[in-house]
Ligand binder design. Structure first.
Ligand SMILES: Nc1nc2c(c(=O)[nH]1)N[C@H]1C(S)=C(S)[C@@H](COP(=O)(O)O)O[C@H]1N2
Ligand SMILES: [Mo]
Length: 322
């Protein structure tokens, strides 16, 4: 059995990431670390994306869904936010250590107007709008959430990205006083994510400031997070402090942790399984049903947003570029 196979030990979707990480650390201690390093082939550059134009009506068709909403109490108590612990209940139980005001975001890289801006300036002139989006975690659960936010594209355009800006890299705050989980090596901090520029500029991509009509709570990524509804939840980075326009595919925290499991694109795709979790179905946490007995429903291509986003990936082998 190869190391790769050994790591693909099938696990129920309730498997805790921390258990898995402990196993990785043990394997590393057994001096198989070099093999681990080889299992990730770095990040090659995919073919350039096609030029696609979405009509406003096509875009709007993705802004709402009639599916039953996930209750506020579930959206705010069942979270992944490793900066506040690796258990689903940890982030909501954590002390309110994050100072969300004042909040500054550093904008850098290939743009005409880089600089540090306050949250107020970043959002000046925009009126947050409500978008009801599905969010599907790679672990197999999903929610339907009424977000409040502004289109990321409108915010990014203010900084005038240049033609060298092929990707956008995002960084979460990592301050042991404010995000105590960074004292643990559960990930290589700070948490980082990235999007191709066309994905970042897509009308569905939301820079979220709230949910259920209220400002974001700490556990959901206050005061500013990404919501990219056609990608697995981990692409929706929380508590953003830096946005950089870059020329080559940026490294991301999850890809760095395990390249064979977390690709750069991470589009929701029921035909490409994660080594440890099937992506064919999902446990939909919504309505008043208990989280534990949530209904299992089929997962849809691009999380049900194929009409809006499939064009971005025309010609891309989605098994290779997972
Ligand atoms: N900074 C940061 N962002 C993060 C995470 C994290 O651990 N740290 N977890 C991701 C994962 S795995 C998911 S599924 C979503 C969960 O968002 P929610 O807790 O608001 O539902 O946040 C994503 N954003
Ligand atoms: Mo996730």
């Amino acid at each position: 059995m190869s190391l790769r196979d050994a790591l693909r030990i099938p696990a129920a979707e309730i498997t805790d990431e921390s258990v898995y990480r402990e196993r990785r650390r043990l394997l590393a201690a057994l001096s198989v670390a070099p093999a681990m390093a080889l299992s990730g082939c770095g990040q090659a550059e995919p073919p350039p994306p096609p030029k696609v134009a979405l009509t406003p009506a096509q875009a709007r068709s993705g802004f709402r869904t009639d599916e039953t909403l996930t209750r506020f109490e579930d959206v705010t108590t069942y979270n992944n936010f490793y900066e506040f612990g690796t258990g689903k209940a940890d982030p909501s139980k954590a002390k309110r250590t994050l100072r969300t005001s004042p909040w500054t975001v550093a904008i850098g890289g290939h743009c005409a107007k880089p600089g540090k801006v306050s949250m107020e300036d970043l959002l000046k002139g925009f009126k947050p709008e409500e978008r009801v989006y599905r969010l599907r975690c790679v672990e197999g659960w999903s929610m339907v959430i009424p977000w409040l936010g502004v289109p990321l594209a409108d915010v990014l355009k203010r900084f005038e990205p240049t033609s060298q800006a092929k990707y956008v890299a995002f960084t979460t705050i990592a301050d042991p006083k404010q995000t105590p989980g960074v004292a643990w090596p559960s990930l290589d901090w700070p948490y980082r994510e990235g999007l191709r520029i066309d994905e970042a500029m897509h009308p569905l991509t939301l820079l979220a400031t709230g949910l259920y009509g209220k400002p974001l709570l700490q556990q959901n990524g206050a005061p500013l997070r990404l919501v990219v509804p056609w990608k697995y939840g981990f692409k929706s980075i929380k508590s953003i402090v830096a946005i950089d326009f870059v020329e080559t595919m940026p490294e991301t925290a999850w890809h760095q942790a395990q390249p064979s499991e977390y690709g750069f694109f991470s589009n929701v795709n029921p035909t490409v399984d994660h080594p440890r979790w099937s992506q064919k179905t999902e446990r939909r946490i919504s309505g008043t049903a208990s989280k534990l007995f949530a209904e299992r429903i089929p997962t849809r291509m691009f999380n049900g947003y194929a009409d809006q986003v499939a064009g971005l990936y025309k010609g891309l082998d989605l098994k290779k570029w997972f």
